[in-house]
Design a binder for this molecule. Sequence first.
Ligand code: NAD
Ligand code: GLY
Length: 359
Amino acid sequence: MQTMQVDLGDRSYPIYIGENLLSDKELLLKHIRGSQVLVVTNETVAPLYLDRVLNNLSVMKTSHLVLPDGEQYKNLQVLSSIYDKLLNDKHNRTTTLIALGGGVVGDMTGYAAASYQRGVDFIQLPTTLLSQVDSSVGGKTGVNHPLGKNMIGAFHQPRCVLTDCLTLNTLPSRELSAGIAEVIKYGLIADADFFEWLENNIDKLLAKDMTALTYAIEVSCKTKADIVAKDEREGGIRAILNLGHTFGHAIETAQGYGSWLHGEAVAVGMKMAAEFSQQLGWLDSSVVGRLTCLLKQFNLPVESPEGMSADQFMSLMSVDKKVLDGRLRLVLLKHLGEAVVSSDFNNKVLESFLDEQCH
Ligand code: NAD
Ligand code: GLY
C-alpha cells in the first residue's frame, strides 16, 4: 500500500492506494471519530462492494443509503434524500458519512457532509478510475444545477481517501477511458514525462494491468495533492486542474447530464484547449497531434458533439466558475507539462475558434 498526504494544516489527510483496501477494517475505523456512520452508495456499486464496507463497520451504529445511478441524479432533490436519511436515523454532529462509489456519489456525499448540521466528517472510498485520480482528492463537493455543472457546492475535505485499485476490475471499459482523460490531464498540465509514460503504456492501461493502473493513480494523486496543498480554495494555481473543463462542462450541460460522460467531455475540452493554445501561438502543433492521438487510442472522443453551436458554447461558458468580473478565463497550455490560466485572448477570436470547432 502507498500512502501520501494532502498537506492542509489541521485539515490534512492521507490517501491510501492499494489492493483489497475495502476489506481493511482497521484502516477505515481509525479515521472515524464518533460512533455513527452513514454509508452512501448507488444501485450499481451496492451489490458489488457495500457488504464488504458494512462488515468493517459492525462495531458502529451504521446506516446506509443506496442512490439511483447517474450524473442526472447529481441534483438537489437526490441530495435531499441524504439529509432525510440522516435525520430519520438521528445522526448527530459526530457522525461520519462514507462515500462508496464514483465521483457522483463522492461529490454528493461530500456536500451532504459539508452542510449537514453545518459540517460533519466524511471519508472517500472511490471506485472509479476518475474518482480515484481526481474527484476524491481535494475537497470539492457539490451537485449540478440545470443551468450549470457543479454550480451548488462547498469545499469540504475528507478525513481520508481509501483507494482499492481492485474495484477497477468491475469497471466498464467506457468508464475506465473516461478516467484516463483526467489522468492525461496531469501529464498535460504538470508532467511531460508522465505524458510520455502514458503514450508507452496504452495497452497495459486498457487491459487493466494493476501495476500500470496503480502507478497512474499514484502519479495523478501526487500531482493533485501538491497543487491542492498550494491552493486549497482555487484562488490561483488550482484552476489549472480544470484544463478542458470550461469547454467540457458546456458540453455536459448542453447534452443533458449523463449523456456524455464527464471524462469524455473533458477529453474533447482538453483537445479544444490545446488547439486554441496553438491558434494563439502559444503551443507547438506537435503537442496537439500527440494529444489527439493519445485520446483516440484510449477510445476517447476528440470532436465536440454534433449540432452544438458556438453560441451555445459561449452562453454556457459564461457561467463558468473561472469567470471573473464578467471576463472568461481559460486554462491553456504553453508547453507540454505547463498550463496557465488566462484571459489574454480576444472574445471574437474565441468565438471564431468555436465556430470552426462546431459541426
Ligand atoms: P460516476 O460516479 O457516475 O461513476 C461512473 C459509473 O460507474 C456509474 O454508473 C457508477 O455506478 C459505476 N461504477 C462506479 N464504480 C464502479 C465499479 N467499481 N464497478 C462497476 N461500476 C462502477 O462517474 P465518475 O466518472 O466516477 O465521476 C464523475 C463525476 O465526478 C462528475 O459528476 C464530475 O463532475 C465529478 N468530478 C468531481 C471532481 C471533484 O474535484 N470533486 C473532479 C472530477 C470530476
Ligand atoms: N477537478 C478539479 C479540482 O479538483 O480542482
